[in-house]
Write a protein that binds this ligand. Structure first.
Ligand code: UDP
Ligand code: MG
Length: 332
């Protein structure tokens, strides 16, 4: 067996149609990281790219034994790509970063320093989001406000996927079996000694953002529904309030009928209230549907992703800790 010892540091990079970003990315990451920690690997997760990403990855992995790639059979989304990266990373510390060089590799030096100090969950904190469009920022702000008021999990402000996880945090992430993956919430849910390290977001080096509005909306809904049941419970209170109003209205109508006798007007009130309550009912059904759909996805127990190809893989087992590995080597 080609025995390659487990690296100290794994860099996990999800890629979706990033062929043009890859050469510069690899150059900058290897140049920077080899000075920080010579024992490292870069693991790409090709999330069903439709451009020449796979060819580019093959070329790069042939030239450098520290590079590996896992290629999905289709696009599963960034969250799932990260989960696959954590499944297949072998390092004692795992850094997750974007392929577009918006996450400066230099910040990994600070992450590693904190890791050596004993932090298991070191997250990058964006200094500012001025680089993103105002619409996207407003949307993000609204979402985080909602998440904070509904959810039981707190998200550190400005933290994203750019982070370092210690092996024990990686194993905790791997133990979470859910299909609707809202990593940002999960990182925070697993706990461990955590700390934020500020970094400056760069402009995207090549190409354009891979998130469509639809994808972002789905992501936001996944985030809210997997960390809070408040949207489900709120209907109980809405229902109670509406019934109370109906009761008051009924009393008013009875008194009116007794005092003035029966009168016929009230047609607009009728239409408006019918429309209002149908709307409320459809909305609450829709919310139920969101949750039931997710429950359905969970009970089907489908695998999280399908790997079509592994590139530059030496076949070494994944996620074996250094200690276990040396114990095994001793036995052979
Ligand atoms: N990405 C992915 N699958 C997707 C969408 C994005 O793996 O379905 C990757 C993408 O290649 C990049 C990272 O996720 O490495 C962040 O994407 P992007 O830069 O487009 O997001 P933004 O920075 O605009 O939020
Ligand atoms: Mg980006």
């Amino acid at each position: 067996m080609a025995s390659m010892s487990a690296p100290v540091l794994s860099i996990v990079i999800p890629v979706y149609n990033e062929a043009e970003s890859l050469p510069e990315l690899v150059r900058r990451v290897t140049e920077t990281v080899r000075r920080i920690e010579p024992s490292f690997e870069i693991l790409f997760i090709n999330d069903g790219s439709r451009d020449e990403t796979i060819e580019a990855l093959r070329r790069l992995c042939v030239h450098d034994a520290r590079l590996r790639a896992i290629s999905f059979s289709r696009n599963f989304g960034k969250e799932i790509a990260i989960a696959a990266g954590l499944d297949h990373a072998r390092g004692q510390a795992v850094v997750i970063m974007d392929a577009d060089l918006q996450h400066p590799p230099e910040a990994i030096a600070d992450f590693m320093e904190k890791w050596r100090e004993g932090y298991a969950n070191v997250y990058g904190v964006r200094r500012d989001r001025a680089i993103e469009s105002p619409v996207k920022r407003a949307f993000a702000r609204g979402f985080y406000r909602m998440f904070a008021s509904f959810g039981d999990t707190t998200l550190p402000k400005g933290a994203g996927d750019f982070r370092l996880l210690d092996r024990k945090a990686v194993d905790a992430m791997k133990a979470l079996g859910e299909r609707a993956r809202f990593s940002k919430g999960l990182y925070s849910w697993i706990g461990f000694k955590s700390i934020g390290v500020p970094f400056d977001v760069a402009e995207r080096a090549h190409g354009s953002t891979k998130w469509s509005f639809r994808k972002l909306l789905r992501f936001a809904l996944d985030g809210l529904t997997s960390f809070s049941t408040a949207p489900l419970r709120v209907w109980t209170y809405v229902g109670l309030f509406v019934s109370f109003c109906a009761f008051i209205a009924a009393i008013r109508f009875i008194i009116e009928a007794l005092v003035y006798g029966v009168t016929t007007p009230g047609f607009p009130t009728l239409i408006v209230s019918v429309m209002f309550f149908s709307g409320i009912q459809l909305m609450s059904l829709g919310i139920l549907g969101e949750y039931i759909g997710r429950i359905f996805a969970e009970v089907k127990r489908r695998p999280l992703y399908i790997v079509e190809e592994r590139i530059g893989d030496d076949g070494a087992p994944e996620a074996v800790t250094r200690d276990e590995r040396s114990a095994n080597d001793g036995l052979l």
